[in-house]
Design a protein around this ligand. Structure first.
Ligand code: G3D
Ligand code: MG
Length: 575
């Protein structure tokens, strides 16, 4: 049988910010050349190009749009009849990447659900790139598009990108699935409206939480746990409470619509002491300039109120979820988690398929990596003697200080982490000596090392010992022992994990901007969940700088935004 040749013609549009290389890509495709001195494209123009795909001949009529907003009145003419689109950004220009969603929405509003290909152009400028392949792929996936990195300058992958759109126009390449969690848009928009209408509820709830003095130390989380439990009861969630020590209450609320999957959202009930410098009552929520001031406003009672509002909104729609939603409010987060998350995970069998920790990331980032922590003691031993005859003794303080003077040069072997950067070391305490006229026989310091997934605890201790040995070689008689005191492992969750992908796509949907994936040197309860095999990401309203500060405050708008993001993320993962 003779092969069947079919001919097709499609109009497609090439969109993206001005200067990203749209015209250059089209010229590269159609004329196979690159010129540095194109004029900025004014208005629209188009070029035709024919591509053979299997036995088909596809003619693309590619419309090139000037990025200039002054030509926006031409837009609907430009889009009319387009059967597909290539959306282009410049790998060296973050703004052009952040604007992709705006272009996507404009395309959708005129052309509907047509196939698209996302192009990251200028990959020849590798050293200037500011958008990682990882985040671009993630964005592409959330748009249901393949992602291609090109250079109009060198010609790299330009043909491939246009072949890809052609294949999709022919229906040869299956349309990629959108990120899981398609919810009837109407329910979504009603949910968001509901959240906006519950500002007063949110403020009253946050007020009650701030007034409950769950200061740790000593703890006393029961005061805040009672508020939470009452609220969960009103919402219609089942609740349980757990105490390892009296008054140190943990609360777990749950809604079950099936066995799996289980999503757990974690917040904490305790707050650090008020400390000095307050101009308002720390244990009363004071509204001022669109913000709420009070101890816990951002850490963590504000995020907790946002989560509870999200759950209450879902309740309005009779929890349109499958699987299980857990709301967990833990004790003892500020001083070691022994009576809180560790107790629930280790002794109460708390578990989930994924978890989200509600802590402050300014509603603009998702925290997915945390450094490990090693605390170690440096113990210097000398020989005591009379302060008037220092040469007769061995001065433990002087010896210790020789080691500490070099500590910043500690050679650790590691590979830099894309989100965590390099490890750090801090000398936190020092003590030694008994009297001014006595040569000290002992002295000690403690150091705090924040380390990376590529490092090994034992190796770091060896590296510390090696540093001591190198000082020893120049100072015979110097004796400094290294003793580990406490440690936590570094933890991270993959950017590909469903909980991260869901958060990223929902944040983009609600805020209109592309969230950053970040790592931190500190730790949240996410560390313990991840150590228990639960993929966990951290997201929430408020600035981390406000946490533990005097006059701690949070913007009310950000609490509402976070509530929307929590609600849609729950839907995304559990629908
Ligand atoms: P636009 O049509 O999206 O507005 P253009 O973009 O095709 O006019 O390109 C904008 C600028 O980027 C041009 O530089 C062009 O030469 C340059 N450019 C386009 N593609 C590439 C690429 O792949 N690599 C590099 N290095 N540069 C590229 P000028 O200097 O004319 O503004
Ligand atoms: Mg142009």
């Amino acid at each position: 049988m003779a092969p069947k040749h079919e001919e097709y013609a499609f109009k497609i549009v090439c969109i993206g910010d001005g200067g990203v290389g749209k015209t250059s890509l089209i010229v590269r495709l159609t004329e196979n050349r690159f010129s540095e001195d194109y004029k900025m494209t004014l208005g629209t123009s188009f070029a035709a190009h024919t591509i053979n795909i299997e036995d088909n001949i596809v003619t693309l009529q590619i419309w090139d749009l000037g990025g200039q907003p002054s030509f926006s009145h031409l837009r609907s003419f430009f889009y009319a009849g387009a059967k597909g689109a290539v959306i282009v950004f410049d790998l060296t220009d973050i703004k052009s990447f952040q604007n992709i969603t705006t272009w996507y929405k404009e395309l959708r509003s005129v052309c509907g659900d047509v196939p698209i290909v996302l192009i990251g152009n200028k990959n020849d400028l590798a050293s200037n790139r500011v958008v990682s392949r990882q985040e671009a792929e993630m964005l592409a996936r959330s748009l249901g598009a393949p992602y291609v990195e090109t250079s109009a300058k060198t010609g790299d992958k330009v043909n491939l990108a246009f072949q890809s759109i052609s294949r999709r126009l022919l229906g040869i390449e299956e349309k990629l699935p959108m990120v899981k969690g398609v919810v009837v848009p109407e329910v979504k928009s009603k949910l968001l409206q509901f959240i906006d209408s519950r500002r007063d509820y949110l403020l009253n709830l946050l007020g009650d939480l701030i007034s409950a003095r769950s200061v740790n130390p000593p703890g006393n989380e029961k005061t805040a746990a009672d508020v939470v439990q009452g609220e969960l009861y009103r919402i219609g969630m089942q609740t349980e409470s757990y105490e390892k020590e009296s008054g140190r209450t943990n609360v777990v609320g749950y809604v079950e619509k099936g066995n799996s999957p289980t999503l757990m959202i974690i917040t904490h009930l305790d707050v650090v002491p008020a400390g000095d410098g307050w101009i308002y009552d720390p244990f009363k929520a004071t509204p001022t300039n669109g913000r709420i001031v009070g101890r816990g406003a951002v850490d963590d009672k504000g995020p907790m109120a946002s989560v509870l509002l999200a759950i209450q909104a879902l309740k309005e729609f009779n929890f349109p979820i499958r699987g299980r939603l857990l709301f967990v409010a833990v004790a003892d987060e500020e001083t070691g988690n022994e009576l809180g998350i560790k107790y629930l995970l280790n002794e109460k069998g708390l578990t989930a398929d994924y978890a989200l920790v509600a802590e402050q990331t300014r509603c603009e980032a998702v925290e997915i990596a945390e450094k490990g922590r090693l605390w170690a003691r440096l113990k210097s031993t000398g020989a005591q003697g009379h302060g008037s005859m220092p040469v007769k003794g061995a001065n433990a303080i002087v010896n210790l200080s020789k080691v500490l003077a070099r500590i910043e040069n500690l050679k650790m072997s590691y590979t830099e982490h894309p989100l965590l950067g390099a490890p750090t070391i801090n000398v936190g305490t020092i003590k030694g000596g008994v009297a001014t006229n006595v040569i000290p026989a002992s002295a000690e310091a403690t150091v705090d090392i924040r380390y990376l997934p590529s490092q090994d605890l034992r190796q770091i201790i060896n590296e510390l010992r090696e540093l001591v040995r190198s000082v020893q070689r120049e100072n015979p008689g110097l004796e400094v022992a290294i003793e580990p005191i406490a440690s936590d492992p570094p933890t991270e969750v993959s950017p590909e994990d469903p909980v991260v992908r869901a958060l990223v796509s929902v944040i983009r949907e609600v805020t209109g901007s592309q969230p950053k994936l970040i790592g931190i040197g500190g730790a949240t309860v996410a560390k313990h969940c991840i150590s228990h095999g639960i993929p966990t990401a951290v997201f929430g309203p408020g600035d981390p700088k406000e946490a533990h500060a005097a006059n701690e405050s949070v913007s009310i708008d950000s609490l509402l935004t976070a509530a929307k993001i929590y609600a849609l993320t729950i839907l995304n993962l559990l629908s």
